[in-house]
Ligand binder design. Sequence first.
Ligand code: BGC
Length: 250
Amino acid sequence: MTITRFGIDIGGSSIKGSRVNLETGELVGEWSAIETPNPATPDTVASAVAELVQQQKWDGPVGITLPMVIRNKVARSAANVDPTWIGTNVSELFQRHLGEREISVLNDADAAGLAETTFGDSAATKGPVIFLTFGTGIGSAFLIDGHLFPNTELGHVRVGEKKAEHQAASSVKDREELSFPDWAKRVSNVLSEYDDLFSPSLFIVGGGISADHEQWIPLLTIDTPVIPAKLRNHAGIVGAAMAVSTHLTP
Ligand code: BGC
């Protein structure tokens, strides 16, 4: 029998959700997206999530991703989101809004990395791999033989004068209207710092800009191999659905 779970990916501009077939990693039926409320406080976001789940007429387990550190079910950071998230017990929050059902909550990049280990390139499950998402910020997932070490937050590592995500997120490329070659230089700097610190055997790069990987991955100047993620926009949704099926909440 096909196992289906519901995954929700909460981002700065939209909240996306869908049923996911956990044997194939494919979305089942129509996926939904709603605008992230403004201000995006815990309660406004959790009500929007409940609305999305109701729209989809889903009453089973729900996995949720958030762009923040989640430790012992409590949000510990809020880099690109409303600061009132810090200290919120996110399990209790979503349980309150979604009622009696199984819920899991984890970091967005961790979810996307997890999805890649099962439905992406098989290289994601071999040895120490650093998975990164380039978007509003830089998200990271540390994978060791396909197992996740959560909440690594590499976007906040200082490289030179600034945090990595403040110089090389894809939002910075857009904001500063950088060409791919100029942006690739910044990404090379950041990856080279990660390389020195962690010596992974492979980097996998995801996020929307990985769709254009041919324009920038060949320009990177580090020796460690870099490959694009196979799962694109829906990686977070798939990883969230996987997390609730394995009862994973860091
Ligand atoms: C946050 C991470 C998140 C990443 C991508 C960073 O600013 O600190 O938790 O994974 O953005 O959304």
